[in-house]
Design a protein around this ligand. Structure first.
Ligand SMILES: Nc1ncnc2c1ncn2[C@@H]1O[C@H](COP(=O)(O)OP(=O)(O)OP(=O)(O)O)[C@@H](O)[C@H]1O
Ligand SMILES: [Mg+2]
Length: 277
């Protein structure tokens, strides 16, 4: 077994422009084991592009290069499309900010939770249904059978995010990438969802890359933190060290953390000295 489930070495992502390629991620390197690693940084720093590159879900125009990009020993740079599909179904999953955009409004919840089992397992229809009902219960939904038969429109935001987590974890992926998974929810629900993600990934031995701009939240739920700025990783630290970070930039981000007053608005862009602009 590889010690590092995910190993990223020299990942660079560029978009073509009239003035030549623009690098939005610039030769970043990091590893993830069985832990929660947070990727933080101001808007536009390259967090989502990094997550998408690992999932093989970058826009077609994006140019990706790396010395290596490997998941559990598989070289992601050389995967064929069919292997990508298999990996996305069983090796890793992506949880996005808003379940409204991830769940198909035209299909019942149960079918969507079961989908990876349908595509990537040999289970019978009855086994898939049982597995989905178990998973819906595990993510804390009170009436799994009712949720199973519902359409996404009948779910609240918090329920929708629980359903997404059930759908992502049902096939026991090795890695989950959660890109601002709770930004659309109020504080209490954010804590509930992250507590749930933390305990389930621990139980299943799943690695989690948590993309967030809320450093307070990251301090509570992550093990390690990578700070991105202008496409580079500018600081690496234990989540427990966030409150007294050495780097001026990280300290600035910590001080600019969202509060109830700024809830829903974007993080301010930080000046060169790391202070709040
Ligand atoms: N399709 C695209 N073509 C060109 N540039 C893009 C494209 N998509 C994103 N970018 C640029 O890539 C950079 C990194 O974007 P990314 O979405 O990774 O930022 P982020 O750190 O996730 O920000 P946020 O906190 O706002 O989600 C940004 O400057 C963005 O403008
Ligand atoms: Mg983003």
């Amino acid at each position: 077994m590889t010690e590092h489930l995910l190993a990223v070495d020299g990942l660079t992502i560029a978009f073509p422009s009239d003035a030549g390629p623009i690098q939005v991620v610039k030769s970043i390197s990091f590893t993830i084991g069985r832990e929660i690693v947070a990727l933080v940084g101001e808007s536009g720093s390259g967090k989502s592009m990094t997550g998408r590159a690992i999932m093989g879900l970058l826009p077609r125009r994006a140019e990706v290069t790396a010395n290596s990009l490997s998941l559990n020993g598989d070289d992601l740079l050389r995967l064929k499309p069919s292997a990508w599909n298999r990996l996305r179904g069983s090796g890793m999953g992506l949880i996005l900010q808003d379940p409204k955009f991830s769940l198909n409004p035209a299909h019942r919840v149960g079918r969507q939770v079961e989908e990876t089992l349908l595509l990537h397992s040999e289970l019978s229809a009855a086994e898939r249904r049982n597995s989905a009902l178990d998973m819906l219960e595990k993510v804390g939904l009170a009436d799994p059978a009712r949720v199973y038969a519902s359409y996404p429109a009948a779910l609240s935001g918090g329920m929708g995010q629980r359903v997404m987590i059930a759908a992502m974890l049902i096939n026991r992926p090795k890695l989950i990438i959660a890109d601002e998974p709770t930004s659309a929810l109020d504080q209490e629900l954010q804590d509930q969802i992250l507590t749930l993600l933390r305990s389930l990934t621990e139980e299943f031995g799943t690695s989690l890359l948590l993309i967030s701009h809320d450093l307070q939240q990251v301090a509570r739920y992550a093990d390690r933190v990578l700070v991105m700025r202008h496409g580079q990783i500018v600081d690496r630290l234990a989540a427990t060290s966030l409150a007294d970070a050495q780097s001026a930039y990280t300290r600035g981000l910590w001080a600019a953390r969202p509060s109830a007053a700024t809830y829903g608005s974007r993080l301010p862009t930080l000046g060169a000295a790391g202070g709040t602009a």
